[in-house]
Design a protein around this ligand. Structure first.
Ligand code: FNR
Length: 187
């Protein structure tokens, strides 16, 4: 693996102040190998996507799209809302995908971690998200799959991963992603 550092735009699918998904994104940043620089790309202030604005998009949308263009890779850390992708996350994806033919996502290597306090780790959101990302030509890490369940007990008081086996899994995941980015990055 090269010593090059790859910038990863991290999209968190929850805007909640105490979001478990945001905690997980920060924990993954701390666990990432030196070849990956994880930075959260904020989506909470984005306007709702409106196709009428394609010729003259709002400044916040232009800046967000540029943020994705500038990244070498994308990582989605998301809860499941009603068995699917939270609207705020889908809105951000739509914004950076348009106008047609000018998507910022095209060819960026990516990965998804889904998290829920429930037992099935937001599997539904994870796979609905995959459906959009196939269309957007984001080469997505397949294995290990990351459905993080029981997330209420995942963190210690400092936001670090409490259980050694969970930490080991997340390390394995982020290292596999680093190899995936190296192999699939746009040159
Ligand atoms: C949820 N939650 C939820 N959980 C789940 O496992 N499957 C689901 O379909 C849903 N649906 C859902 C809808 C809405 C509108 C809310 C607000 C919540 C619970 C959700 O997993 C829980 O609130 C997480 O803590 C949300 O993630 P953050 O905000 O902690 O990152």
């Amino acid at each position: 693996m090269s010593q090059q550092v790859h910038r990863v735009a991290v999209l968190v699918g929850s805007l909640r102040k105490d979001s478990l998904n945001r905690k997980l994104a920060l924990a993954l940043k701390a666990l990432a190998p030196p070849s990956l620089l994880l930075e959260i790309a904020e989506i909470g202030e984005l306007p709702l996507y409106n196709q009428d604005d394609d010729a003259n998009p709002p400044a916040a949308s232009v800046a967000f799209k540029q943020r994705i263009k500038d990244a070498d890779a994308v990582l989605f850390v998301t809860p499941e809302y009603n068995r699917s992708v939270p609207g705020v996350l889908k809105n951000a994806i739509d914004i950076a995908s348009r106008p047609y033919g000018q998507s910022a996502w095209d060819g960026k290597p990516g990965a998804i971690v889904s998290l829920s306090p429930g037992a099935i780790g937001a599997f539904g959101a994870n796979h609905h998200l995959r459906q959009s990302l196939v269309f957007l030509n984001v080469p997505l890490l397949q294995q290990p799959e990351a459905y993080v369940g029981g997330a209420g007990e995942l963190f210690d008081a400092n936001g670090a991963i409490a259980k050694p086996e969970s930490k080991a899994f997340l390390e394995k995941f982020i290292n596999a992603f680093a190899a995936w980015v190296e192999r699939n990055r746009k040159v």
